[in-house]
Design a binder for this molecule. Structure first.
Ligand SMILES: Cc1ncc(C[n+]2csc(CCO)c2C)c(N)n1
Length: 209
């Protein structure tokens, strides 16, 4: 998956948003846009994991996903609520309606709604492995804003790595039993998610299209 879709993956981990963030030259307006769309994505992720719980058949998988859901619904939602209050960020419906933001949200949700458990694991693996990769590569970046710094640390931390590895291992196990055509579809889906992610980060980085 990673080698087949290397171009899409590499393009995303080298996105100008990532490049400028880790060089500590991402404008505050861009980071604030990011916080607004990222916080909204947490709600989408809750729905995606909900579909995953419904479509999983193994109790251990379900338990794992339910634990992730709890983290999203509580720690993550509270984190963004507090961040918006501290930074006095008001909701921005126009930003959420940006076609690049909408494409990511609706595209990820469509995978979870219309796909099977392997599709959902693939989409979550694509999103989490990509974050783990770029945050791990820049874990030592020294940023003035402690929130930016801690955001990178969070996604380079052992807990997040463990979750990304769980997705990888679960997918490897399941993928081995799937017909070749199905494996090819999942590899293509991985690339599709990287492109959705690229547009999403474009909207944060460059503002209105
Ligand atoms: C745009 C965007 N894409 C991927 C991640 C990585 N990530 C961190 S938590 C989570 C969902 C629950 O595990 C995902 C996918 C992100 N934060 N934002």
């Amino acid at each position: 998956m990673l080698s087949d879709q290397a171009a899409a993956f590499e393009a995303m981990v080298a996105h100008p948003f990532v490049r400028d963030l880790v060089a500590d030259r991402l404008p505050e307006t861009a980071f604030n846009r990011y916080l607004l769309i990222e916080g909204a994505f947490v709600e989408t992720a809750i729905a995606i994991f909900g579909y995953a719980v419904a479509k999983a058949s193994d109790l251990d998988d379900r338990r794992k996903l339910i634990a992730s859901l709890d983290g999203l619904a509580h720690a993550q939602m509270d984190y963004f609520r507090d961040a918006y209050a501290r930074r006095r960020l008001a909701p921005d419906p126009e930003l959420q309606a940006d076609p690049r933001v909408a494409a990511f949200r609706d595209g990820m949700l469509a995978i979870a709604r219309d796909g099977d458990f392997a599709d959902i694991l693939t989409a979550m693996f694509a999103a989490e492995w990509m974050y783990w990769t770029w945050c791990d590569a820049h874990r030592d970046a020294q940023l003035v804003d402690p929130m930016r710094q801690s955001w990178i640390r969070l996604h380079a931390a052992p807990d997040f790595q463990a979750q990304a590895r769980w997705l990888r291992d679960r997918l490897d196990l399941m993928g081995a039993t799937l017909p070749n055509e199905r494996q090819t579809e999942l590899v293509a889906l991985f690339g599709h998610v990287q492109r959705l992610e690229f547009s999403f980060h474009d909207a944060a980085w460059s503002g209105a299209a």
